[in-house]
Design a protein around this ligand. Structure first.
Ligand SMILES: Cc1cc2nc3c(=O)[nH]c(=O)nc-3n(C[C@H](O)[C@H](O)[C@H](O)COP(=O)(O)O)c2cc1C
Ligand SMILES: [Mn+2]
Length: 482
C-alpha cells in the first residue's frame, strides 16, 4: 500500500518528532515545574484544555538543567498522524482508513542494526548506574512513587524461539539501580520472564523511557505471540526500525530513543519490591499495590540532555491513543471479513475509552444492530466496551457532539437497545470484589441503534441547516474573514 500518505521519520526518532511538533505550534516549553505533582498537574490541565500541545519540561528542581520530561506526547491529530508515519495534516477516519489498508497486506519488516546511535553519548555501567538522576515525576496524588515508565517500552527475548517482544508496562523507580515493572499476568513480557525463572535464571531486559512515538503504537497494541513488535512496526511504516544492540544483554533497542535502562529481572524468590498504586487508564486506582518483580539495572544509555517520555493516564484521557487507530482498523476489517456490508467507519471517541462508534449505510432491517454486534464479535472491540453506538453515514462518528445529537433524535432506548455481556479487564472499577475474587470478569455492554428506523427511514424528518457542499463553498469564500 505504498500509495498511502507516508512520513516516517518522526515516528522513529523522538527528537525529529519534537522538532515537528514545535514547527506545527504543538509544543510548549516549561521551566521550573516540580517533579513532585506539579508536572503531573500541568499535564492534566493542558490535556483538559483540549488545545492539544505536548509539554516539554526543563530545569526540574533537584535535577540537572537539560534533563527533561515530555508529556501529553500524543494529544493532537498532528501528533497522532506523525506517530503513525503520516503527514501531520491527515485526520480522523482518513488515518483509520490508511492504517486499515496497510494492515490488510502487512509484510513484517525486521529491524536494522545500525553502527552509531546518539544513545551512546552517555553510557554508565554497574556501580556508575544512577536512575535517580533523571527528573522522574510523581504524576498523580496517590501514586506509590515516581514512575519513569508511562510512555515506555520493555524489550525482552523469548528464550525458546529467540523472538523479541516489546510491550508497554509501567515502570516505577525504587532506587539508584532498581526499578519495578508491572506486567499483567498473561502479557507476553510476563510469559517470557516466567520462562527464564523456571530455569532458575534472571530475565534479560531493556526498558526504553524516552521512546520514539511510533514504538508506542506497536508496543501498546495486542500483536500475536511470536511476532516481534519491531517487525510489525517496520511493516506498518514500510521501513525497518533502526536499532542498536544493548551491550549487557544484546537486546535490540531503538537507536533514536533518548533513554534506555538495561538489566535483569531476578526470580521473585530472590528479590521483589512493593509496586503501586498508580493511577490507571480507566481513571482509578483499581490494582492497588503489591510485592512485584524488579529490574536490577546494570547499564544506562542516554542522549545528551535526555528526555523522559512521560504520559500518565488521566481521568478522561488515555495516553498514547494511536493504538486505537489500529484497533478501529482491525474491527472494521473483521466486520468486512464477516460479511457485514457498508460499514463506513469505526472509531473510539477521545473521551470514551469504553465506547465505540460505528457508521453504516443501512441496507436492510436489523443491519444497524448487526453492525453493533459485529463490533463485539471482534478481538479489539469485544473487551471492556460499555457501549457501541451505531449511526447512519451522515453522522460524523469522530465528533462526540454529533453522535449525541443522533442518539437524542434517532434512538428510542426502549426499542433500539440491546444489552449483552463482554469480557472485562481486572482494572474495571465496576467489577465487584466478589466477582474479582471469583474471576468473573465480564461487564454488560449496550448496543445502541441510533440510526433512523429502517422501515420508515425515508419518511424521517429532513435535517435543518445548509448542505455540506454549500458550507464548504461559503467557508472557502469567507476563509480570510472567519
Ligand atoms: C499507556 C499504557 C499503559 C499500559 N500499562 C500497562 C502495564 O502497566 N502493565 C501491563 O501489563 N499492560 C499495560 N498496558 C497494556 C499493554 O501495553 C498491552 O496489552 C500490550 O499489548 C502488551 O504487549 P504484549 O502483548 O507484547 O504483552 C498499557 C497500555 C498502555 C497504552
Ligand atoms: Mn507481544
Amino acid at each position: 500500500m505504498t500509495s498511502e500518505p507516508r512520513d516516517v521519520e518522526a515516528a522513529l526518532n523522538l527528537r525529529t518528532f519534537i522538532h515537528r511538533l514545535r514547527q506545527a505550534g504543538k509544543l510548549k516549553e516549561i521551566r521550573d515545574a516540580h517533579w513532585d505533582l506539579e508536572i503531573g498537574a500541568l499535564t492534566e490541565i493542558a490535556a483538559e484544555s483540549g488545545e492539544g500541545s505536548a509539554l516539554l519540561f526543563d530545569a526540574v528542581p533537584d535535577h540537572p538543567e537539560g534533563y527533561r520530561v515530555l508529556s501529553n506526547v500524543l494529544r493532537s491529530p498532528e501528533s497522532d498522524a506523525l506517530a503513525l508515519g503520516m503527514p501531520p495534516d491527515v485526520r480522523g477516519l482518513e488515518v483509520v482508513q490508511a492504517v486499515k489498508g496497510r494492515l490488510q497486506d502487512l509484510k513484517p519488516i525486521p529491524p536494522t542494526e545500525i553502527g552509531e546511535s546518539p544513545l551512546l553519548e552517555n553510557v554508565a555501567f554497574d556501580g556508575d548506574v544512577n536512575v535517580l538522576k533523571f527528573p522522574t515525576p510523581k504524576w498523580h496524588a496517590d501514586d506509590g512513587g515516581r514512575y519513569i515508565g508511562t510512555f515506555t517500552a520493555t524489550v525482552c527475548r523469548d528464550p525458546d524461539t529467540g523472538y523479541v517482544n516489546v510491550g508497554t508496562y509501567r515502570v516505577q523507580v525504587h532506587d539508584e539501580n532498581t526499578v519495578g515493572v508491572w506486567m499483567i499476568p498473561g502479557k507476553h513480557g510476563d510469559l517470557i520472564t516466567r520462562k527464564y525463572w523456571a530455569r532458575g535464571e534472571s530475565c534479560p531486559v531493556a526498558i526504553v523511557c524516552g521512546l520514539p512515538p511510533g514504538m508506542m503504537t506497536a508496543s501498546a497494541v495486542g500483536i500475536p505471540w511470536n511476532m516481534s513488535e519491531y517487525d510489525f512496526l517496520g511493516g506498518l511504516l514500510e521501513t525497518p526500525v533502526p536499532v542498536i544492540k544493548a551491550q549487557k544483554t544484546g537486546l535490540p533497542v531503538p537507536a533514536f530513543a533518548d533513554i534506555v535502562l538495561e538489566g535483569h529481572i531476578p526470580p521473585p524468590e530472590q528479590e521483589t519490591h512493593e509496586e503501586g498504586p498508580f493511577g490507571e487508564w480507566p481513571g482509578y486506582y483499581a490494582s492497588g499495590s503489591r510485592q512485584a518483580p524488579v529490574v536490577k539495572v546494570e547499564a544506562v544509555y542516554h542522549r545528551d540532555d535526555p528526555i523522559i517520555t512521560g504520559d500518565p493516564p488521566l481521568r478522561t484521557f488515555l495516553n498514547s491513543e494511536t493504538h486505537k487507530y489500529i484497533r478501529s482498523a482491525n474491527i472494521w476489517s473483521a466486520m468486512e471479513r464477516a460479511g457485514i456490508p457498508d460499514v463506513q467507519g469505526v472509531w473510539f471517541p477521545k473521551q470514551g475509552r469504553f465506547v465505540v462508534t460505528v457508521a453504516v449505510r443501512q441496507r436492510y432491517s436489523g443491519h444497524a444492530k448487526q453492525a453493533g454486534y459485529g463490533v463485539l464479535a471482534t478481538r479489539d472491540g469485544g473487551r471492556d466496551v460499555r457501549m457501541v453506538i451505531v449511526v447512519d453515514e451522515d453522522v460524523d462518528i469522530t465528533n462526540v457532539g454529533e453522535v449525541l445529537w443522533a442518539m437524542s433524535t434517532r434512538w428510542d432506548p426502549r426499542s433500539d437497545s440491546e444489552i449483552l455481556d463482554v469480557a472485562a479487564s481486572i482494572l474495571n472499577p465496576r467489577l465487584s470484589p466478589e466477582d474479582k475474587q471469583r474471576r468473573e470478569l465480564t461487564t454488560g455492554c449496550m448496543v445502541v441503534d441510533a440510526c433512523r428506523p429502517y422501515a420508515w427511514k425515508d419518511d424521517f424528518p429532513g435535517i435543518s441547516g445548509v448542505s455540506a457542499e454549500y458550507k464548504a463553498k461559503v467557508r472557502a469564500k469567507w476563509a480570510d474573514r472567519l
